[in-house]
Design a protein around this ligand. Sequence first.
Ligand code: ADP
Ligand code: 5GP
Length: 183
Amino acid sequence: MSKGKLLVISGPSGVGKGTIVNLLLQRRPNASLSVSCTTRAPREGEKEGVSYFFLSKEKFKRMIDCGGFLEYSLHFENFYGTPAEFVEKKLEEGDVILEIDVDGALNVKSAKPDAVLVMIAPPDRQELYRRLKGRGTEEEEVISRRLARADYELGKSELYDYVIVNDDLETAVGQVEHILEKE
Ligand code: ADP
Ligand code: 5GP
C-alpha cells in the first residue's frame, strides 16, 4: 500500500505549471516530482536523472516491451514516458507529482484511477501569450504553435478532476495544496 498520492498536473505551455510545482515542492517536503524518460538529446544544462532519464530508442523500446512505463507517447519523433517502478518507489515515501501533457495524463488515469488530475488554466488567452513571451525562451513561431496546442489541451479540461485558474500565483498554489490535503 503506497503512502502518497499521485497528482498529475497539466496545462498549456507558459501557464505557470513549473512555477506552481516548484513552490509546492518547497512547501511540502514529503512530495517529489517524477522524472520522465525520453529519447531526445539533453539540452544545455539538463542533467541525467534530474531533468529526464535520457535513453536510447532501443532501451526505451525494451522498456515498453517489459511494461516499464505507466504511460508513454511520441512528441516530434521522440518518445517520452513515465517510468512505472520509479513512481511506485517514490509513492512509498510520499506524494508524487507528474507534470505531463493531457494525453499522458489521461493514460495515467486509465492505468491508475486513484491518480488526481489537475488542469492549470490561464486567466485568458492574452495573458497566456504575455507569459510565454515574457519568459523569453521561445521564438514567435514556437509561441504560435504552443498557443494552438493550448486550445487542444484546455479542451480536455472537463476530463480532469480539478481545473485551477492561475491568475494570482499564491492563490493557485494554495488551491493545489488544498487538493493534496483533501484527496
Ligand atoms: P509552464 O511550466 O507551464 O510552461 P512557467 O512556470 O515556466 O510555465 O511560467 C511561464 C511564465 O509565467 C514564467 O515567466 C512565470 O514566471 C510566469 N508566471 C507563472 N505564474 C504566474 C502568475 N500567476 N502570474 C503572472 N506570471 C506568472
Ligand atoms: P520537452 O522536450 O520540451 O522537454 O517536452 C516535450 C513534451 O513532452 C512536452 O509536451 C511534455 O509535457 C511532454 N512530456 C514530458 N515528459 C513526459 C512523459 O513522461 N510522458 C508524456 N506523455 N509526455 C511527456
